[in-house]
Ligand binder design. Sequence first.
Ligand code: GLN
Length: 453
Amino acid sequence: TQAHLDAMAKARVLNAYIRETPDRALAMAEASDRKIASGEGRPLEGIPLGIKDLFCTHGVTTTAGSKILETFEPHYESAVSANLWRDGAVMLGKLNLDEFAMGSSNETSAYGNVVSPWRRKGSDTQIVPGGSSGGSAAAVAARLCLGATATDTGGSIRQPAAFTGTVGIKPTYGRCSRWGTVAFASSLDQAGPIARTVRDCAILLGSMAGPDPRDTTCTDLAVPDFEAAVSRGVKGLTIGIPKEYRVDGMPAEIQKLWDEGAAWLKAAGATIREISLPHTAYALPAYYIVAPAEASSNLARYDGVRYGLRVPGKDIAGMYENTRAAGFGREVKRRIMIGTYVLSAGYYDAYYVRAQKIRTLIKRDFEAAYAAGVDAILTPATPSAAFGIGEKASADPVEMYLNDVFTVTVNMAGLPGIAVPAGLDGQGLPLGLQLIGRPFDEETLFAVAQVIE
Ligand code: GLN
């Protein structure tokens, strides 16, 4: 813990942590020492972790990367972080993220962007760590924690993991409790870990997951022994390669890596099969209707009364307006406007209902592939390697949204997905592959990812 606190102090230029909690970390580490000394060590005893600042932590500010929650100090602990402390883990601090987890580069945080520890060969251009869990990914990659919690609504665990050469898994919707995690789009949000190895992810997810009556969408299924699944191998498994993921303009090196990934799995005993997921192209536009719709509803609670910031106005409506105008950043306001529009009476059927129908078709595409005997699906994690800070934060937000083309399908269908580092591009930046699994079959994903790692 002390070594990590020292490393954090030396790496503040990365801006990975919004808040460091050294006193709490050392107290937790000392408690762990006592447990170990008395022979009562728990599964994660003394393991120092970073917590994405979207998970409520009792008595420690939880900002969601937003100014509107700058002073919000929860008097409760999120289910996921509570599970980690139950198992003996140590909290180093709260990790930076895109505001309310809306973004793909960690450039929308009210607390400044996160800098990836990676650089292009022979260049000192600062690189984004991806987002929204950019602080989590950068901290793991820079050795500022042994593992981190993260959340994924449309790719926010897998894309930053791919951009930083780390491993990240978004489990099946319902595997982890959402209780005490700041909501973005409730039907898509899932917590999961980012860590250095597949095995570390398996161990962390085993602790984070589990039934919770406080989240009615959380499964009652017992948590499997994920760590044991890591070394199962891929013999006898059928891996699907979806042809619709071969998108226009994808760099040749990503196509090459994808082919190599399939070849490695084949060499290890898997059968490779070309498959079709015909509604793939509609996933991104449908996601950017469903996610803002749910966000506009979830974010209605930040009214200047119940949480954090309040900016006075001439009457109560004026107070609401002033608080939300000052408290939310540009991207969050854009999502609230889009969401309110697609849910409005005149447009509800044309946008929201249609997007929900597309969501069902996407889910059925996957169900058909799995029913035909596919055990897991291999795709690239992202359509490019990480980009430079400012390079895509342009006037056109769609440029940024296109980053999520390979990851949003998984959230729309509620499936588990893992990103695993698979190589470097010509400029020396990491590239990741994604594996998509059957519902509640994270074990197969760990086994297949381990072969690629
Ligand atoms: N980049 C996507 C978005 O901005 C996904 C974010 C996420 O998964 N939290 O909505």
